[in-house]
Design a protein. Structure first.
Length: 90
């Protein structure tokens, strides 16, 4: 069913992030990261933040990470962003 829906969305040239509820990660340099379409905060530590998404976890590693804004739809993370990992690995 997922492949069928993906094929329809692609064939009709519809926005995948909206139609398939895919996360969108936007980086502004190495100092700001915005994640849209997340499912919630799952980990928050001194050097990392992790969010659940429809395709698995997204884990952000860095220094002085701050959650500037968090809503049901998106989150903005500030700090020295060093690495973004899909799947929550290290």
């Amino acid at each position: 069913m997922k492949n069928f829906k993906r094929k329809i969305v692609t064939a009709l040239e519809l926005p995948k992030d909206i139609m398939l509820n895919l996360p969108v990660v936007t980086a502004t340099g190495r100092e700001e990261l915005m994640i849209s379409n997340h499912k919630g905060l799952t980990e928050y530590g001194a050097g990392h933040v992790q969010f659940s998404t429809s395709i698995g976890a997204i884990k952000i590693f860095g220094t002085n990470l701050i959650l500037r804004e968090i809503t049901a739809e998106s989150v903005v993370i500030l700090g020295g962003i060093e690495k973004v990992v899909w799947g929550g690995g290290k």
